[in-house]
Design a protein around this ligand. Structure first.
Ligand code: IMP
Length: 428
């Protein structure tokens, strides 16, 4: 099983960083395929925290090659800084340990400027303000700058000038001045020079790696419910976060993918605006936020917290074709008299079992809950499913049964060691 996709099955922040880091031990190559520095993967090794936004979470394994695929949008300055941070910790020792797809699109300061202006308006999405949406818009409109263009000064200047000219009336209407083309171009070229040793054809690289029988791990960003096509639109990100995005975002064909693992927390969180049927807007939600340290890795924003939402997870299982489920943060639910899971919804008095298409309707859903007994014990020492207190185990197994996907991993704490491995990745 050389090609494995790992995705977030909720609204992001499911603990992908830790799971990908664990699975990377068995991987030769780890690839990011969508999104950009809106993602924040928190990695904890021996109590030390490293947050990566663009570099794949496989970076901690010294022999693993990290690839940033063509479906991502890259802020070149963030990437330069992140590479420097990794190097200062002895990671990515060789240039060949990081390949950056030359077809990936580049986030430039005017993307962030226009996003910040829009997000001040009434219909804000609550984005991460990293310029993600405007960069994908420019890509779809065929006026984007690609990573390969960072090495072509004339072309870069022409595209930047066209974009600044096209945005000028909007920016001025919103009370700001256009940014300087000279500054944007010279800073982008300087970053491009530093990135040059990494820039290449990621699709060819991956085809060769798979052809040679290497284990390739495709690392999803954000979560299934933030997918631009299948999420809670318009409260979504602008990319294909689901497993299918691993193909479009890397230039690897679907017949090459062997398995898909979905990650879910033992409860649910969401950052930014948008419907969240099982949200706990009360002391219980605050207690979950504190217990789970639910504050954004990228923006520091408090995450909205609530019970696990099974119909939403079934939606994620279907649109990703999940072959396995990793449950994270089970330890956080400790100390509750009972734990609830939403097994269906009611909309206008009618029971429904799948997510409506319309975000307003999703916002009006009334969850139908099933209650399970809680547990008092600390789970962090559990290393096998048999080590779990009976109620914690029953909870995890009930979740898997309701979603209809087998559990492959349970995480019981932030550290690598605090994990229960049920089925190893890449077939063992
Ligand atoms: P954008 O991706 O910055 O455009 O933000 C769009 C929506 O996706 C907002 O609600 C963000 O809070 C959310 N979002 C983007 N990236 C992440 C992530 O890595 N974790 C959780 N939410 C995210």
């Amino acid at each position: 099983m050389p090609a494995l996709v790992v995705i977030g099955a909720q609204w992001g922040d499911e603990g992908k960083g830790k799971v990908v880091d664990l699975f990377s031990e068995h991987a030769d190559v780890v690839v990011r395929y969508a999104g950009g520095a809106n993602a924040g993967h928190t990695l904890v090794i021996d109590g030390q925290k490293l947050v990566t936004h663009l570099v794949p979470s496989g970076v901690l394994h010294k022999g693993t090659i990290c690839v940033i695929g063509d479906g991502t949008v890259i802020d070149p300055h963030t990437l330069v800084d992140e590479i420097a941070e990794c190097r200062s910790r002895g990671l990515l020792p060789e240039n060949s340990h990081l390949v950056v797809g030359h077809r990936a699109h580049v986030i430039l300061p005017y993307h962030k400027q226009i996003e910040a202006l829009r997000e001040k308006q009434a219909n804000a999405i609550g984005t991460t303000l990293r310029g993600i949406g405007p960069a994908y818009e420019a890509k779809a409109a065929r006026r984007g700058v690609r990573v390969g263009d960072l090495l072509r000064p004339d072309r870069l200047r022409t595209i930047v000038q066209q974009n600044i000219d096209a945005l000028a009336p909007v920016v001025e209407h919103m009370g700001e001045a256009s940014l300087s083309v000279d500054t944007i171009v010279s800073e982008a070229l300087a970053a491009g020079e530093k990135l040059a040793p990494h820039i290449g054809d990621a699709s060819v690289f991956l085809a060769e790696a798979l052809g040679a029988g290497k284990n390739v791990l495709f690392e999803g960003a954000q979560g299934a419910l933030l997918d631009v096509d299948h999420g809670t639109y318009p409260y979504v990100t602008s990319s294909s976060t689901i497993a299918g995005g691993a193909c479009t975002g890397t230039g690897v064909g679907p017949t090459s993918i062997d398995d898909v693992i979905g990650i879910t927390k033992a409860y649910t969180t969401r950052v930014g605006a948008g419907p969240f049927p099982t949200e706990l807007d009360d002391a219980e939600g605050e207690a979950l936020r504190q217990a789970g340290d639910e504050f954004g890795a990228t923006t520091g924003r408090p995450r909205r917290c609530g019970w696990l939402d099974i119909p939403a997870l079934r939606h994620a299982a279907r649109i990703n074709g999940l072959g396995g489920l990793a449950i994270t943060k089970l330890d956080v639910l400790r100390g509750l008299p009972q734990v609830r899971v939403c097994v269906a919804y009611e909309l206008d008095g009618k029971r429904i079992e799948s997510l409506p298409m319309d975000a307003e309707d999703v916002g009006r859903l009334v969850p139908v809950y099933e209650s399970l007994p809680g547990w008092e014990e600390d789970l962090s020492g559990a290393r096998s499913i048999d080590d779990l207190p009976v109620n914690a185990r029953a909870y995890a197994e009930r979740v898997a049964q309701l979603v209809g996907v087998d559990i492959v991993l349970v995480s019981v704490g932030p550290d690598r060691a605090e994990s229960i491995h049920i089925k190893p990745p890449f077939g063992g």
